[in-house]
Design a binder for this molecule. Structure first.
Ligand code: UDX
Length: 721
């Protein structure tokens, strides 16, 4: 034990020189260098700008070029027997320790050795060599060439032993040397079979998990061998798992302190670059009008935006036209495909990329029609993130309100589809905040110029996949990292799953039916802007007559659209006492009306009343609770002189009722109003969207006064019969 302890005192440690080969400055190389820099390790990068002749290492043999480049470089360390050299692959490696820690581990476990390679469970690239490998008691038996270290002379020797072609396989090269017992002994070589220092992830991703020390520092933990490897390599198909670990390791994220690399540098004076904004509407989506409104409100000068719109949905054509009429001229330039078109969504996206490139934009934002951004700074922020974090592809996290469905995947299954990552919930719920390298992003994505260049035909890279999945697969396969950012709330995803059915049911205003799916947008469009005020605790609700409360409830737009739906449906009752729609078949006080259940709006209306009307009742008629509200008499009534102008005095079959004025006196009709006979009190009931709420059965005998001109519409609900 004594020599080991001596050797591990800091002063005795040799110098550690870390080197890699990377022909291109990829996202993977950037990540490697960042992680090393976090531990004050400087990595020498060889081969930048060289043409890669080393083959596609993902699927075939190759990598000999790395040896060729290294063997030129190693010359200067030929006699450096006190220098420790470490080679790491460039594109899929992350550091999680400083030099001292790495060297100490080496001396703790391998003090007698001169060369140490990482190990893996696969005998790659030549399976038939497996039996020739020495047996190991514990740990992985086979050599991996992506991570290794050794003293100068031995490194020199191993790199010069045989001649190599660029296209030869580097792993096979080292393997053949290792399998030669004489050479193995001479070079004093070993494998780090239990991942005390080097962790190759392929084949063992289940064994390697993320842990945090007491001070919050992230660590990789190998549960199979109870070790904490210091350098992690996502070799072969394990790259996605490395991307996940790499979001934390390298001091990127600390469980006490959060994201260590986050935070926007605000440079106000900078010139605003020309960007492209691309919108795709390729399926029926409700509330496109609101989405466009938010786009118009983006905090980015329109004269600096090249606008590309693709819409193949008949229902959204008018929205696009209105938007363009209002704002079209303000944009720098635009291309619009609006309506029935030969061009599919996939082709449109590819075309948009090329159109964006031709406009020479600095950034391109591609968003789908179901991405609703309440934060107008979304593009500005993403650009800033992209610059500050040096990431070329980034999406703002948005999800369906109250659900776990968002626009990213934390992990990907072997079949290429969604898998839930350990941290998915934490990211979605905002318990972990930052920017995350993930396998799939969609709905709204920003590309910087360099990535835009790289994305040619990415949406048709794999035509068996949806366009967004194809783009992400293209990115993954070509080493482009996809980031999702959840540092701020930007908006949400509109729910459109079943909207196609609503649209095809021949409704004029299908969004009216969206109260369950898209409550926030529904409320903003259809609830009266004055409603929330009356719900403030100190606000006293007006009484138009004794115990007849009068308050703003529905927006004018709702009232207009409801009338249009009813007139469009058109099957008004005949006003006689015989009414087949009722259980008894008899109506004592008949009106000309259409019931909510006739237009499939019953469920929605009951929910609406329970959510928005019941609280007003509880505030005014205190002490009465009935939840949820019940009703089977909910209908729109039409009064006109030539049909039925008025209604004789009656009680309602309800505990309380609401009557909502749907149109405007003076403009649409003359006359009207309601008289409460016991109080000899008349309410004009002529403010559009206002509801009159009154007791039904005993005290409030009332009559509908004659409409003398035009048509008056009201919406009546008998609540809790
Ligand atoms: C695995 C082994 O770990 C690796 O040592 C061996 O060369 C091939 O099999 P893998 O991690 O799957 O490699 O491949 P990848 O990381 O894509 O490529 C290996 C390394 O070659 C890169 O990390 C990088 O250092 C270098 N390389 C690869 C380039 O410099 N340019 C390229 O175009 C491709």
């Amino acid at each position: 034990l004594i020599p080991v302890l001596l050797a591990t005192t800091i002063t005795d440690l040799p110098e550690l020189v870390v080197v890699t080969v990377a022909t291109e400055n990829t996202d993977g190389l950037k990540r490697l260098l960042e992680s090393a820099k976090a531990f004050d390790i400087n990595i020498e990068v060889l081969g930048l700008g060289e043409k890669w002749n080393g083959g596609d290492t993902r699927i075939e043999q190759g990598g000999g070029q790395k040896i060729r480049i290294l063997s030129d470089w190693i010359e200067k360390y030929k006699d450096a027997s006190d220098t420790m050299i470490m080679f790491v692959d460039a594109y899929d490696v992350v550091f999680n320790a400083d030099s001292t820690t790495i060297l100490r581990k080496f001396f703790e476990h391998y003090s007698e050795k001169r060369l140490l390679f990482g190990a893996e469970p696969f005998c790659w690239p030549d399976q038939s060599l497996a039996p020739e490998y020495p047996i190991v008691e514990f740990g992985k038996r086979f050599l991996n060439s992506g991570l290794f270290m050794g003293y100068g002379p031995e490194m020199h020797k191993i790199l010069k032993l045989k001649s190599v072609e660029d296209k030869d396989d580097d792993q096979l090269y080292y393997t053949m040397i290792y399998l030669d017992e004489k050479l193995r002994k001479e070079l004093n070589m070993d494998l780090d079979s239990m991942s005390k220092i080097f962790q190759n992830l392929n084949g063992v991703i289940e064994d390697v998990e993320l842990q945090f020390k007491e001070d919050g520092t992230p660590e990789a933990y190998n549960a199979a061998y109870n070790t904490k490897p210091l350098i992690v390599h996502g070799n072969g198909p394990s790259k996605s798992h490395l991307n996940y670990l790499g979001n934390y390791l390298g001091n990127r994220w600390n469980s006490q302190l959060g994201c260590r690399t986050c935070g926007l540098e605000v440079k106000e004076s900078e010139e605003v670059p020309l960007i492209a904004l691309n919108l795709f509407i390729s399926k029926p989506i409700p509330f496109i009008e609101e989405v466009l409104q938010k786009i118009a409100e983006f905090d980015y000068p329109k004269e600096k935006i090249a606008l590309y719109i693709y819409n193949n949905q008949p229902f959204s054509i008018k929205n696009i036209q209105d938007f363009l009429q209002k704002h079209g001229k303000s944009y720098y330039t635009k291309r619009v495909i609006n309506g029935v078109t030969e061009i599919g969504d996939r082709e449109a996206r590819n075309e948009a990329i090329e159109w964006n490139k031709a406009r020479n934009v600095e950034f391109a934002f591609l968003m789908d029609g179901d991405a609703y951004f309440s934060e107008p700074k979304v593009i500005k922020d993403l650009i800033q993130y992209s610059k500050t974090y040096d990431v070329g592809i980034i999406a703002p996290m948005i999800g369906q309100p109250g659900k776990l469905f968002t626009n990213f995947w934390g992990a990907i299954a072997a079949n290429g589809y969604y898998a839930r990552s350990e941290d998915y919930m934490a990211i979605v719920k905002g318990n972990r905040v930052g920017y995350w390298n993930v396998p799939f992003i969609t709905s709204a994505v920003l590309f910087n110029k360099e990535k835009l260049e790289a994305m040619k035909d990415a949406y048709s890279y794999n035509k068996n996949l949806d366009p967004d999945m194809s783009m992400c697969k293209f990115a993954r396969d070509n080493g482009h990292f996809l980031y999702i950012d959840n540092e701020k709330y930007y908006g949400f995803l509109i729910v459109s799953d079943e909207y196609a059915e609503t649209v095809t049911e021949g409704k004029w205003h299908p969004e009216m039916w969206q109260i369950f799916e898209n409550r926030e947008l529904w409320e903003a469009r259809y609830i009266h802007p004055g409603y929330h005020k009356i719900m403030e605790p100190e606000h006293v609700v007006d009484q138009a007559c004794p115990d007849v409360y009068d308050f703003p409830l529905m927006s004018e737009r709702f009232c207009e659209e409801l009338i249009e739906e009813m007139e469009g449906f058109g099957r008004w009752s005949d006003g006689s006492n015989n009414d087949k729609r009722l259980a008894g078949g008899y109506e004592n006080v008949p009106t000309r009306d259409i019931h909510m259940n006739q237009v499939g709006f019953e469920r929605q209306w009951l929910y609406f009343m329970d959510t928005y009307v019941r609280p007003v009742q509880e505030k005014t008629f205190i002490g009465y609770y009935h939840q949820p509200v019940e009703s089977n008499m909910m209908f729109v009534v039409r009064y006109k002189p030539e049909e039925q102008p008025s209604l004789r005095p009656h009680h309602d079959a309800s505990t309380f009722s609401i009557d909502i004025a749907l149109n405007k006196k003076g403009r649409d009709y003359e006359g009207g109003g309601v008289r409460y006979i016991r109080y000899n009190c008349t309410v004009p009931a002529d403010e559009v969207g206002y509801a009159m709420m009154f007791p039904g059965r005993l005290t409030h005998l009332h009559e509908g006064l004659a409409t003398t001109k035009g048509t008056r519409y009201i919406m009546v609900s008998f609540i809790n019969p």
